[in-house]
Design a protein around this ligand. Sequence first.
Ligand code: UGA
Length: 474
Amino acid sequence: MIKQKAAILLIVMLFTSRFMTLSCIEKLHITIVGTGYVGLVTGAGLAEIGNRVTCADIAQDKIEALRQGVIPIYEPGLEELVARNVQAGRLDFTSNVDEAIEQADVIFTAVGTPMGEDGSADLKAVKMVAENVAAHMNKYKIICTKSTVPVGTGAWVRQLLEAKGVKSDMFDVVSNPEFLREGSAVGDFLHPDRIVIGTESDKAQEIMASIYAPMVESGIQILFTNIPTSETIKYASNAFLATKISFINEIANFCKAVGANVYEVAKGMGMDKRIGALFLNPGPGFGGSCFPKDCHALVYMADKNKIPVRVIKAALKANEYQKTLAVKKLKRMIGSLEGKTVAILGLAFKSNTDDVRYSPAISAIKALLDQGAKVIGYDPAAQKTMQFVFPLGTIEYAQTAYQALENADACLIMTEWPEFKNLDLGLMSNIMKQRVLVDMRGLIDPEKAQEQGFKFFGFGRMSMRSILSGFYID
Ligand code: UGA
């Protein structure tokens, strides 16, 4: 009889606790601290799938602009996503971070973690958010890290809160890394390959699952794991992709030497499901704020733990070499660069973004200026951002690709913007001083370039005719 009563009580308790959790979940309020690129896309994306979200940031001007519907970054589809969710009452913006943290059940940390000289990550902003959460602990909260942070940060955040006197049952720490690519971040958020949640708490796991429930119900995979594993998944994924790019870049250089076609090689490799077709595009080297930073951070953490990571180090080294290639090839084609005018088409580290951080175009421009060349840059989106690196006067900026090409001795294509694929080679050959073209993104058909009399460098897409005629430069 006693056993029966205990069983009934247990069922009632389980039912009630589940019901209570679910009813709490329904009223969940999410606050994103840090409304930069990751924070804004995450906030708008979480709102889009039905959550109530506040995006907070100490930068008042940015918040004011967002309230007016002005998006501070170039990201296709983001403006519409933000507008739709603001209008639906699911998304708002505030510069009162304290208040936003106070009202939150779940706080996503999406602040910057810049890389130090030695590859370490600067966690000042993460610490500030944790301390702010500790100071506004008015109810149970989840503190969930979206920023890419060194492995062990979750445990460190827990210690920070406990050291501030917050009781351990008042909060949980979660790691939920982002896998957004600049330029396609909205699609990446709404249709990810996977969602990774690192936590050691069942309660936090249930709440996080409820936040992403609409996606999981639509078939998207969710992986629950512990915090250090989740933190490592982020670094390992980026380092693997960076290695894949360095690998195909080396194969591209090899193809060039032996007359093979790297695009066909990549296609043939990619048909093997174990390899996969994506991220096998050769180019001028990987750039952006993530791959270089995260590879260096992983090397730094591994060195600290005395674990050799030779493959990742080699991927970084190969990338440094790849970034020198464009100007080296150009020099072989036109000789001394002193006094030559070079048009650089594409300044952003990739297309569909205005971001120039670690852009291979920067390395190329520096090398050209060092060798006495005059540079005219053009990019459909990154003209302004590049001016922070090369102010007007150090290089020139053109308003169109053809304006950049007028009277140029050479053209260097560094970014895969679609408009460069359709360049009118006939027009180019008429307006350029010399017909010299280096295509680091595989956009131009070498045969067509040849027809227009261009000296051309591109990655292995040579026909035997071109090879035999000595038209290609290796
Ligand atoms: C990268 C990852 O792809 C995202 O999953 C991750 O969330 C993000 O870093 C991050 O950690 O925040 P992102 O740096 O925006 O995203 O851009 P990618 O599309 O990955 O390109 C990175 C670099 O690799 C670019 O310079 C691009 O041109 C180059 N790349 C990419 C190639 O040279 N070849 C390829 O096949 C693909």
